[in-house]
Write a protein that binds this ligand. Structure first.
Ligand code: FES
Length: 394
């Protein structure tokens, strides 16, 4: 019979076939058809949520991430078990992807709860997927780490840098105005989304990735690594390794991480990155799953005192790969430190403050201009993504 503590690993959440011993015997008989050894089945189990879909180019690299996460789990002595949930891409969900977010959250929650796993690594990316997975993890209560597929690299058209989807609308406007012809629109459509990954502007996907890192549900540094970068795979491997520790320790759980203060940090980051207003809609839903009511007036107050630090499209100039070159979200978190709840727990088992302290040292952000509108201040950096120097917080 499978060894290990009751309620862990393969013993967890037995399907009822009468007595528990027979239920476990039957489960083991079926899972052995996958070719697992008894040794493998005795390990802590990490469920790896694979959201690859032929309709979802934002998740095109999910199979590579699955392999990297599995490698990380096995390096730490765990058993990774991959399983699917639905995958939602913005342009392939009629009539709107918003209906599908809650469906995906229920799929995620129920499959985490129904299947035996001690921790889970959730691969999300496209707009609705990350909030759906956080909602599901919040309700399921199993230790969980979010890994995003990461942003696309920018494209280029006749010497101009392009990014989905800020430039999609602009070029369509030019076509409607008769400034470009149909042939050129076809050319442009092949260059707006040139690699695997999520939209590389600070749209909903990038916003949710940044907020999730700030929330503590993602390993530090994970929000901005490009989808096609080797670092993205190393990040995924590290998530797999960390998930084994979480599986062994039984935490930190989503409830220990997603506290009111952690949501406050996430909203603070939403404001500082000039993120999508959808970030408010989605993170409010995630907080709701934790029984936390978001006070919109309190968020408005945060807005009065939070500087905009990041200059990315659609409100600014740059792209996610520039933010990564500028040090990623950790650079933003470091600048926001006086405004954050630093004692919030993260998936690493350390607090947000400890992670900021442990991060690579800051480097000079070259700025070439500064404008201040009330409390909103922005630095433009043509070289590496525009992050405001610390003095702007004083
Ligand atoms: Fe998937 Fe933009 S369509 S992130």
């Amino acid at each position: 019979m499978t060894s290990g503590e009751d309620g862990k690993g393969m013993r967890k959440g037995l399907t009822s076939y009468g007595d528990a011993g027979f239920s476990l015997f039957l489960r083991k008989a079926f899972i052995k058809a996958m070719g697992y050894s008894d040794d493998a089945l005795n390990r802590p189990i990490v469920g790896v949520i694979n959201t690859f879909s032929g309709y979802n180019a934002c998740h095109r690299n999910a199979p590579d991430l699955v392999e990297a996460i599995k490698r990380g789990v096995m390096l730490a002595g765990g058993l990774p078990v991959e399983f699917p949930t639905i995958s939602v891409h913005e342009s392939f969900t009629h009539p709107t992807s918003m209906f599908m977010r809650n469906l995906m959250s229920m799929d995620t929650e129920e499959m985490i709860r129904a299947q035996p796993m001690d921790a889970t690594v959730m691969i999300g990316g496209c707009d609705k997927t990350v909030p759906a997975q956080l909602m599901g993890a919040a309700s399921a209560g199993v230790p969980a780490i979010s890994v995003v597929t990461g942003p696309m690299m920018t494209g280029s058209h006749r010497g101009e840098r392009l990014g989905a989807c800020t430039d999609c609308r602009r070029y369509w406007g030019m076509y409607r105005a008769g400034e470009i012809d149909e042939a050129e629109t076809e050319e442009v459509s092949g260059r707006l989304a040139p690699t695997a990954g999520t939209c590389m502007v600070m749209g909903t996907a990038s916003t949710m990735a940044c907020m999730t890192e700030a929330l503590g549900m993602m390993l530090p540094g994970g929000a901005a690594i490009p989808a096609v970068a080797a670092d993205r795979l190393r990040h995924a491997e590290a998530a797999g390794t960390r998930a084994v520790d979480m599986a062994k320790n039984g935490g930190p759980t989503p409830a220990e991480i997603m506290t009111p203060e952690a949501f406050s940090n996430a909203f603070r980051v939403l404001l500082a990155i000039g993120g999508s207003t959808n970030g408010l809609v989605h993170m409010t839903a995630v907080a709701g799953r934790m029984g936390i009511k978001v006070d919109l007036e309190a968020i408005d107050k945060l807005g009065q005192e939070t500087p905009v630090l990041v200059d990315l499209k659609p409100s600014g100039q740059h792209y996610m790969e520039d933010l990564e070159k500028a040090g990623g979200l950790m650079t933003v978190l470091r600048e926001l430190k006086p405004l954050l709840h630093l004692d919030c727990m993260t998936v690493t088992g350390r607090t947000l403050g400890e992670e900021i302290e442990a991060a690579a040292p800051p480097f000079k952000q070259e700025s070439c201009g500064l404008s201040a509108i009330r409390f909103i201040r922005r630095v433009v950096s043509p070289s590496c993504g525009a992050i405001l120097p610390r003095k702007a917080l004083s």
